[in-house]
Design a protein around this ligand. Structure first.
Ligand code: COA
Ligand code: AMP
Length: 636
């Protein structure tokens, strides 16, 4: 493939030729004549006249090419004490029958199917069955509650919802079906069909005449063939948190996605067909879409589906047990998972108990990776630990140490350099490239590479407004950071109201809206504060309406419950403080950044535009009392 500089240069000199050549590794029903189409600037379309099917590329072609007996999927579930394997042939049979059954229920090309399932093989079968039919799946993470689920079913206009009766966590059964029932009550518009996979650990009550049980669905179903679709047709929608309560439906196209992910498997991860690739992420997140399901399968690897946690299922040795048992070659997880392990096993004793000789590289992403965590893992594992940076929007890595091209020196704290396909610039407030060491907004020069979201579902205008309009000619990532003298990128944090809690992307803006909806609350603010374990956690403040005489602690508890009910348990908002006022500028903007700096124990200054400095003084006293550091003020 060539070294990093050589490959990056090859892409820069001839981006079209570069991606045309990468597209040859994909099986097309109609090979594209055009590589990129700029007719709808600023949004580019990749391989616009090509036709293909992603399921064919991820499953059937491997059977055709002699990989039928190779294991495609290993299911390892410590929470149910199960290990099962499916060959590519098994996978094709399961998926084609399920696709036939869904087609019989009227699901066809372009129809949306919402999937609300835990980490079980049936979830992967359903995603691939949708892809087989040209239907568009939208997986919703199980940690989201009914309202979030309902919003996604409504926005996508789903024809069917496929769910499992329950998830299973370290502490037992987590019922899913009651949440689905409640969500279906909230759905606006036509009711989708509801298909339920019953798990023996926690079967659900079905609604007579409305729900279809999985095994009934499959009874006598014919196998369905792959339906070729346009490369620009959507493969899936994945909703992610934006700055408001309205989630953004990230659309993934079909052709560009297949080309980019297949290329990334070898170039970024150094994974070869036939090898064992394990992303310990939930399929409800983009990492799960790209590197539990599509990437490894497109590339003919064996993928591992792990229904467990890094700790507690049963202990901090779980990851190392899985690597040894299945001979994992490449692993991918979130820094927070490593922090969870480190907290329970600081000396890495459990690591030493296992034979990890199969493991070449550990990749980390999903949140900023603190240098200590990276160093701890690489010292204990004795092999490269690679931080890489991406977003739901990109679908694959924007900056990485592409070990398949060349392992560059690792600098903890940096996801290394832009991946071929991405021209990344750090821009200052005037839109000029920032000097080395100078922090600014991280932007990607257009056109965006294959695989990157071309638009938002029902939201082309919002896409342009949010991502393309702020810096003409660029995609704004909403991350800030800097380059060092060696061209290494450092990604320091978000510039918007998005926070990252234990690798889960959440919107503080949405939580604020929920707090403000409580009948006793006049105004609210939610900020993300640094947390040694989860990276960040949300912290809420609420001002009560005048005349409300209720016990503040009682209201605070109601607010915590309200967010948990409305967003779901994943929200992890544990503390809301009732305060007399919020610190604001004279123009009425809440000083969230200043509160965050105080809470994180960083140097801060009193903004010159402050409306009433006494309110900020109250926060300086309050934050340490809540368990947050408080920090020294520096003169402004
Ligand atoms: N279905 C139902 N509920 C879920 C869920 C799911 N799939 N996932 C999480 N939840 C619930 C949990 O049960 C928990 O509920 P609780 O408050 O009642 O205990 C809550 O959501 C918060 O979960 P989480 O933030 O995951 O905390 P945790 O203590 O269970 O686990 C980690 C902590 C660090 C082990 C876990 O968050 C993790 O593995 N994070 C990595 C995330 C990731 O892979 N991100 C993708 C990028 S690679
Ligand atoms: P998500 O869309 O859930 O993948 O979250 C994307 C956001 O997570 C990015 O915009 C970053 O803020 C953060 N992020 C992901 N990976 C990294 C990383 N390697 N370094 C720093 N931040 C990261």
């Amino acid at each position: 493939m060539g070294g990093y500089e050589q490959t990056y240069g090859r892409w820069q000199r001839d981006p079209e030729g570069f991606w045309r050549s990468a597209s040859e590794a994909i099986d097309w029903d109609l090979r594209p004549e055009t590589t990129i189409d700029h007719a709808h600037r600023p949004i580019a379309a990749w391989f616009p006249d090509g036709r293909l099917n992603t399921c064919f590329n991820a499953v059937d072609r491997h059977v055709r090419d002699g990989r039928g007996e190779q294991v495609a999927l290993i299911y390892d579930s410590p929470v149910t004490d199960t290990v099962a394997s499916y060959t590519y042939l098994d996978l094709r049979d399961h998926v084609s029958r399920l696709a036939g059954a869904l087609a019989r229920e009227g699901v066809g090309r372009g129809d949306r199917v919402v999937i609300y399932m835990p980490m079980i093989p049936e979830a992967v079968f359903t995603m691939l069955a949708c892809a087989r039919l040209g239907a568009v799946h939208s997986v919703v993470f199980g940690g989201f509650g009914s309202e979030e689920l309902a919003a996604r079913i409504t926005d996508s206009g789903a024809k069917a919802v496929v769910c499992a009766s329950c998830g299973i966590g370290p502490s037992g059964v987590l019922p899913y079906k009651p949440l689905v029932d409640r969500a279906l009550e909230l759905v606006e518009g036509e009711q989708p069909r509801c298909i339920v996979f019953q798990r023996p650990e926690g079967p659900a009550e079905l609604r007579p005449g409305q729900d279809i049980e999985w095994s009934r669905l499959l009874e006598g179903a014919p196998a369905a063939d792959c339906v070729p679709v346009a490369a620009t047709d959507p493969l899936y929608i994945l909703y992610t948190s934006g700055t408001t309560g309205v989630p953004k439906g990230i659309v993934r196209d079909t052709g560009g996605h297949a080309v980019a992910l297949n290329w990334s498997m070898e170039a970024i991860y150094g994974a070869r067909p036939g090898e064992i690739y394990w992303a310990a992420s939930d399929i409800g997140w983009v990492v799960g879409h790209s590197y539990v399901v599509y990437g490894p399968l497109l590339h003919g690897c064996t993928t591992l589906l792990y229904e467990g946690k890094p700790v507690g299922t049963p202990d901090a040795g779980a990851f190392w047990r899985v690597i040894e048992q299945h001979g994992v070659n490449v692993m991918f997880t979130a820094p927070t998972a490593i922090r969870a392990i480190k907290r329970e096993d600081p000396d890495g004793r459990r690591i030493a108990e296992h034979d990890l000789s199969s493991l070449r590289t550990l990749f980390l992403a999903g949140e900023r990776c603190d240098p200590d965590t990276l160093q701890w893992a690489s010292d204990r594992l004795g092999r490269p630990v690679i931080d890489h940076w991406w977003q739901t929007e990109s679908g694959w890595s924007m900056a990485a140490n592409c070990v398949g091209l060349e392992l560059l020196p690792v600098k903890p704290g940096s996801p290394t350099k832009p991946v071929p396909g991405y021209e990344i610039e750090v821009l200052d407030d005037d839109g000029r490239p920032a000097a080395a060491g100078e922090q600014g907004s991280i932007c990607v020069r257009l056109p965006l590479p294959p695989g990157f979201t071309p638009t938002l579902w029902n939201g082309e205008e919002r896409f342009v407004e949010t991502y393309l309009a702020p810096r003409p000619g660029y995609y704004s990532t909403a991350d800030s950071g800097y380059y060092d003298e060696d061209g290494y990128l450092y990604v320091m944090g978000r510039t918007d109201d998005v926070i990252n809690v234990a690798g889960h992307r959440l919107s503080t803006g949405q939580m604020e809206e929920i707090l403000a909806s409580h009948r006793d609350v006049a105004e609210s603010a939610v900020i993300g504060v640094a947390d040694a374990y989860r990276g960040q956690v949300p912290l809420g403040f609420a001002v009560l309406k005048s005349g409300v005489e209720r016990d503040p602690e009682q209201v605070a508890a109601e607010l915590v419950t309200l967010v948990r009910d409305r967003v779901g348990p994943v929200a992890a908002l544990k503390t809301v403080a009732i305060v007399d006022a919020l610190p604001k500028t004279r123009s009425g903007k809440v000083l969230r950044a200043t509160i965050r700096q105080i809470a994180d124990g960083r140097a801060w200054s009193v903004p010159p535009t402050i409306e009433d400095a006494r309110v900020l003084d109250d926060f300086v006293e309050l934050l340490p009392a809540l368990g947050y550091a408080g920090g020294p003020a520096v003169p402004s």
